[in-house]
Design a protein around this ligand. Sequence first.
Ligand SMILES: Nc1ncnc2c1ncn2[C@@H]1O[C@H](COP(=O)(O)OP(=O)(O)OP(=O)(O)O)[C@@H](O)[C@H]1O
Ligand SMILES: O=P(O)(O)OC[C@H]1O[C@H](OP(=O)(O)OP(=O)(O)O)[C@H](O)[C@@H]1O
Length: 205
Amino acid sequence: MTNKLTIALPKGRLAELSMEYFAKLGITSSEMEKESRKLVFPSDCGNYEFILVRASDVPVYVEHGAADMGVVGKDTLLEYGSDVYEPKDLGFGYCRMCIAKAKDKDINLNFEEWGNLRVATKFENVAKDYFKKKGINAEIIKLYGSIELAPILGLSDVIVDIVSSGATLRENGLEEVVTLFESTARMIVNKASMKLYYDKVKKLI
Ligand SMILES: Nc1ncnc2c1ncn2[C@@H]1O[C@H](COP(=O)(O)OP(=O)(O)OP(=O)(O)O)[C@@H](O)[C@H]1O
Ligand SMILES: O=P(O)(O)OC[C@H]1O[C@H](OP(=O)(O)OP(=O)(O)O)[C@H](O)[C@@H]1O
């Protein structure tokens, strides 16, 4: 049996930023720096192992205890909801969840007045909850990427998506009309692991 702490990191933009955070605590993994198709990487000190998974899978691994801890965006946590502790806002990975529309389309921004507002998004639950709470009739069109195309091609009236620098909106002729919430990366911890490995976990948060 191993007593290594397993830490789930999202593949992609948050992985590198997460490793910069761990490096500041003296935890590095030279294995991860090598070009490979590996998904499990031991830390150089031997006390931790990092696994690389899809961003939306991080809370799943942690909730079920397959990983003890993980790093994930607040946006993903709100979308997928999971029964984990969220002890630390890591500060990096800033973005905000917005409603955006095509700049050149003159649409009614009083969404309450729409009979059927078509909303394209990757964040189905976040969007559904928002429009439901506002009493707005919205048809949610689930997409998996390049969301900004939807209002340009008439697939939707608006989008609900993440904005960080604003470059993607700008370069595709879209504009932000409502901000739903801001998001940064969070450290999440499995509930049993928090009790079992409290001292080790505390060091990392
Ligand atoms: N443009 C951005 N700038 C900064 N942070 C971002 C940006 N887009 C997303 N993020 C943050 O990084 C997290 C991971 O995003 P990333 O694009 O790497 O994965 P994803 O494509 O959303 O996940 P999945 O692979 O499950 O579809 C997001 O949940 C969000 O918190
Ligand atoms: O404001 P910006 O800095 O331009 O970032 C925002 C973009 O980043 C994310 O997309 P991602 O790069 O994850 O690609 P995707 O379209 O495949 O989701 C998001 O969905 C926006 O499209």
